[in-house]
Ligand binder design. Sequence first.
Ligand SMILES: Cc1cc2nc3c(=O)[nH]c(=O)nc-3n(C[C@H](O)[C@H](O)[C@H](O)COP(=O)(O)OP(=O)(O)OC[C@H]3O[C@@H](n4cnc5c(N)ncnc54)[C@H](O)[C@@H]3O)c2cc1C
Length: 385
Amino acid sequence: MTKTDTKTFAPQPIDIKNEKIGLEKGAAVVVVGAGAFGGWSALYLLRAGYKVTLVDAWGAGNSRSSSGDETRVIRSTYGDNEFYFDLNVRALALWKENQKAWNKKLFFNTGVIWFCYDEKTPLVDDSIPFARKHKMNYEYLSLEEVKKRYPAVHTENLHHAWLDPFGGYLKARESAQAVLEAFLNEGGEFVQTYVTPGDIRSQQLQNIKLSNGSSLHADAYLFACGSWLGQLFPEVLGNIITCTKQEVFYFGVPKEDALQYDQLPAWVDVDGKDFYYGIPGNANRGFKIGVDQRGERFDPTLGERISNPQVLANARKFIEMRFPGLKDAPVVESRVCPYENSPDGNFIFQSHPEAGNLWFLGGGSGHGFKHGPALGELVANQFKG
Ligand SMILES: Cc1cc2nc3c(=O)[nH]c(=O)nc-3n(C[C@H](O)[C@H](O)[C@H](O)COP(=O)(O)OP(=O)(O)OC[C@H]3O[C@@H](n4cnc5c(N)ncnc54)[C@H](O)[C@@H]3O)c2cc1C
């Protein structure tokens, strides 16, 4: 690949009006990466009439991938960013539609509660008009109301809470596998192999190289390789997609009142410095707490998935404060997952500056999972033109 000045590749917020590709029905498309972005894109490209081959080095929802954890929060709240609010609304509809068709429960409508420290909380407040527009209103909860409904929550340092009754959580790893299963049932082809991009000539990627020494040719290529995108395209994306080590801990709730905890909504401690969030029911895996603060740089292939004791100590301190009944709760599982960060947290769906048939989809930046089906649909619409 010839050297590219990364300055020529400026990631933009996804703008569906500017990205028409116009690929003819029946054309061959290779999608690399069977995570939330690649899996759903492959499925919707297939449904749009393309001949799709999906490739993944370690399989759909594997432990190294960002989509490989047990669960992910699904929430519409995005401050004043209407694009992501609307994308989530569409995603939620598609999650429900597909899980019904597959007869598999992947979405758990527990609601999402936002713990607000101040009277004004722009991240939530600014989404309220969009919630109204979609008839998906949030519910304002005074501290008295929070205490009454959720006695396990310590409210003293809060001002109020907002409940989004339409959100909840998704099974992550299982969803990635369900999408692959649907893709295969609907006629797609899957190959498990590590891929490197082939040569670019005449503004086209000629093929991709497989780890068994062979190669694969297609009319268009979509690289949805999550945290690996920066390594695969160092000249273009090396400084744009960076990978950080993120940690989640699952705590064992007390045997006497497990239900009280398991039935809590997913929650976000919105003004806390470290932006903790959690999924109490968490598909029966334990009371999950996630740390959204960016961790150290991480190699998604070779990095050891061992928790940092200081990060655990901080998470434990927080959980004792917000849910005092979990003071002595043991860690029953922990997990290290990579964030695939774009510079501004926006997703990236753009072509390679030197190859019009080579597309990147990535930059989930710690919030991409829930959008998978809506992104897949968007990608397929853009390919159709
Ligand atoms: C701790 C944590 C918490 C999160 N919480 C939430 C949340 O609550 N809600 C939410 O919506 N999102 C959340 N996210 C973000 C979300 O999980 C990601 O944005 C999303 O999963 C990204 O999907 P992806 O398909 O881009 O990447 P991945 O899931 O990483 O998939 C990339 C795939 O590409 C494959 N691959 C890579 N390189 C190659 C290659 N060269 N050849 C072949 N295959 C290759 C990998 O094996 C992998 O399967 C969280 C992320 C983390 C880490």
